[in-house]
Design a protein around this ligand. Structure first.
Ligand code: B12
Ligand code: SF4
Length: 586
């Protein structure tokens, strides 16, 4: 049979799609169709069209069209299918989107292959030849990665991409981040290819650059070490994707570098531990980021960091904060994403359940559009912030700050940044509200000076306990601010202790955000464990006029309870429980 395999491009009005020049400067091919070609028995004549770099010949006479596609490509894939089917040509679709939504895909094609093709592709072709093509095919189990054919990369236009030297060494991931399709599709059981077979495949690219298109090449560190060791003699330079956990293993990092690793795409995703925990990615520890990034850099490995916006703990301050983070940590390249609930992920199921999906146009599921209702931002704020952060990060000033003039590899890294800058320039000009920068400043910890004046706000039963608590009191006021764009409220959570100086500083900051036009402020005292009595004065009495003026715009949570608790402790401390009584003397 004559088989035409097609990789559809993102062709949708208003959506950014890569020009041939952009594909050539920073895109590598993916293996879906070249792998499928490798799995196709030799009796068939297979060819591939990647619409990202080539035109489709809709007049071609073929016996079968095979379509692949991510979610963003699905609508275009269905258009292509329609054209060929109108001429009576059978169309089969596989790949990540069709596998996740097979019924949707089946409405547009003759047959859908769900999951990996290795075990079923031969049957599909035989059934078609026998006139008995079934609507769905699905392998009973995930395939073994031993003895896989080499993908037929020669069927691609080599010169159209940054590289077609793409090799997969593992499938799946031991982790299960809720936004990611990989574990659901390829399984949590991390499968590895025999090192010898990988080496044989890589040998054809010896001396050149290789892209290992794994999702997490260090999912099994023991295997990764064996593999990296075996790559050393091949003298390649390579890049791949890895979880940040890689930085915990010095030997692994050193071996990666020794075997030619020059760049790693790393999922940092969020600077909020709360977000990470919500996305089932607690293995990323925010407090360890700087150290982990330094370790990659010490080995000369460039980091392309993935960062996401729109998670439930993200307010408008996330954008400023992120720019500061990537600059301070000198991250060479950054891929920003708007959180996107891709079909088949846990995130998608959760968003559907919570009725938060607002746009079902798959062409917008490229991580550059807001397709769901964020919790603390409006859709517009999130979209604007994403545009703002992209432009800011790829401004010349920021690029130079991140790369540092004197660094090795400056030229290649700078030109990669120019490529990303080109993409950032295509998006509209974003803006942040005038309050966004101040929000970031508000998230801080202020030192407490009046340590010997602190009084617990929880009732204490004995003088001894009182003294112990005061001795153990935290020396900081922690301020954590969340702006809820939807309710137009800034909530300021206070934690720790509050003394005069901290109270004055707090009031100064509140006045600043009020002057920026913020409408509603909530001051939450729930976690205030100590007050110095003078702090009450500095906070409330000294600002009586100001507080009266903004009365309708400011509210306090659990402040009474905290002050009453403190006062009660003062009373029992001073009067020792003997002198005061609830009863008048008779
Ligand atoms: C390399 C890669 C890229 C590369 C190259 C992609 C390209 N040229 O299109 C780059 C880095 C550029 C990239 C970009 C993006 N990617 Co990407 N990428 C991958 C990655 C890691 C490997 C792809 C690959 O080669 N796989 C190996 C092959 C063998 O596996 P496969 O494609 O699944 O194919 C098998 C089966 O599905 C089946 N099959 C596939 N097609 C067909 C067709 C037929 C007819 C049949 C019968 C069977 C069949 O047979 C194959 C063998 O079993 C995958 C994850 C993964 N492990 O697949 C993510 C992945 C495909 N990417 C993903 C995403 C989201 C993106 C981006 C949207 C991210 C972004 N924020 O921009 C962009 C989109 C770019 C674009 N416009 O196309 C998601 C897709 C999820 C989804 N539902 O859409 C994935 C699954 C990763 C994830 N974390 O979830 N990506
Ligand atoms: S670590 Fe990466 S590949 Fe693994 S589940 Fe998380 S996002 Fe997906």
């Amino acid at each position: 049979m004559k088989i035409r395999l097609i990789d559809p491009a993102l062709r949708a009005p208003g959506q950014q799609h890569h020009t041939n020049k952009e594909v050539k400067s920073f895109w590598f091919s993916h293996l879906s169709l070249t792998m499928l070609a490798g799995l196709t028995p030799e009796e068939h004549l297979v060819s591939i069209t990647d619409e990202n770099v080539d035109e489709i010949d809709f007049e071609e006479n073929v016996d079968l069209v095979g379509l692949t596609g991510m979610t963003i490509h699905a609508p275009r894939a269905y258009e292509i299918a329609k054209e060929f089917r109108a001429r009576g040509i059978r169309v089969v679709m596989g790949g990540i989107h069709a596998s996740n939504l097979p019924r949707e895909a089946k409405e547009h094609v003759d047959s859908v292959v769900i999951g990996e093709a290795e075990a079923v592709w031969g049957t599909v072709l035989r059934d078609l030849q026998g006139g008995a093509l079934k609507p769905f095919y699905k392998a009973d189990a995930l395939c073994s990665l031993s003895g896989l054919p080499h993908p037929r990369q020669k069927l691609l236009k080599k010169k159209a991409y940054l590289t077609t030297n793409c090799v997969q060494t593992t499938r799946g991931c031991p982790f299960g981040c809720s936004f990611c399709s990989v574990t659901e599709f390829f399984g949590r059981r991390y499968r590895v290819r025999p090192v010898k077979e990988v080496v044989r495949e890589v040998e054809q690219y010896a001396g050149d650059f290789v892209a290992f298109v794994d999702d997490n090449i260090v999912g099994n560190p023991r295997y990764a070490k064996e593999l990296f060791g075996a790559l050393i003699p091949l003298n390649i330079r390579w890049g791949s994707q890895a979880s940040l956990t890689m930085a915990k293993d010095d030997e692994l990092l050193a071996l990666a570098r020794k075997s030619g690793c020059i760049a790693m795409f790393v999922g940092i995703e969020s600077l909020s531990q709360k977000n990470l925990s919500m996305m089932n990615k607690s293995f990323n520890r925010v407090e360890e980021y700087s150290e982990a990034l330094r370790k990659f850099h010490d080995q000369g490995i460039m980091v392309n960091a993935s960062l996401m916006f729109g998670l439930d703990d993200d307010d408008e301050s996330v954008f400023e904060k992120t720019v500061r983070f990537v600059e301070n940590n000198r991250i060479e390249l950054i891929t920003y994403n708007i959180l996107t609930p891709l079909p088949g992920t846990k995130l998608f199921a959760q968003m559907v359940k919570e009725n938060r999906i607002i746009d079902w146009d798959w062409t917008k599921y490229n991580s550059g559009n807001v397709v769901f209702k964020p919790r603390l931002m409006t859709e517009e704020t999130l979209q604007n912030g994403y545009y703002w952060v992209a432009k800011k990060t790829y401004s010349y000033r920021s690029i130079l700050k991140r790369l540092g003039f004197a660094k090795k590899n400056f030229v290649s890294r700078f030109s990669l940044n120019l490529g990303y800058r080109g993409l950032a320039q295509q998006v509209p000009k974003g803006h942040l509200s005038s309050i966004a920068a101040y929000l970031g400043d508000l998230n801080t910890s202020l030192p407490i000076k009046e340590l010997n004046r602190l009084i617990p706000t929880d009732r204490v039963s004995s003088k001894e306990r009182f003294r112990r608590m005061v001795a153990e009191a935290e020396a900081f006021l922690y301020i954590r601010t969340i702006k809820n764009d939807r309710t137009r409220t800034v909530t300021i959570n206070l934690e720790g202790a509050l003394d005069t100086k901290a109270a004055r500083e707090l009031v100064k900051r509140i006045k600043r955000i009020i002057s920026k036009g913020q409408e509603k402020i909530v001051l939450d005292f729930s976690e205030i464990r100590y007050f110095s009595p003078k702090a009450i004065n500095a906070l409330f009495l000294a600002n009586y006029d100001f507080l009266m003026r903004i009365r309708g715009r400011i509210s306090f949570v659990r402040v009474n309870e905290r002050i009453v608790g403190m006062a009660a402790n003062v009373a029992s401390f001073i009067f020792d429980g003997d002198v005061i009584s609830d009863q008048l003397p008779t």
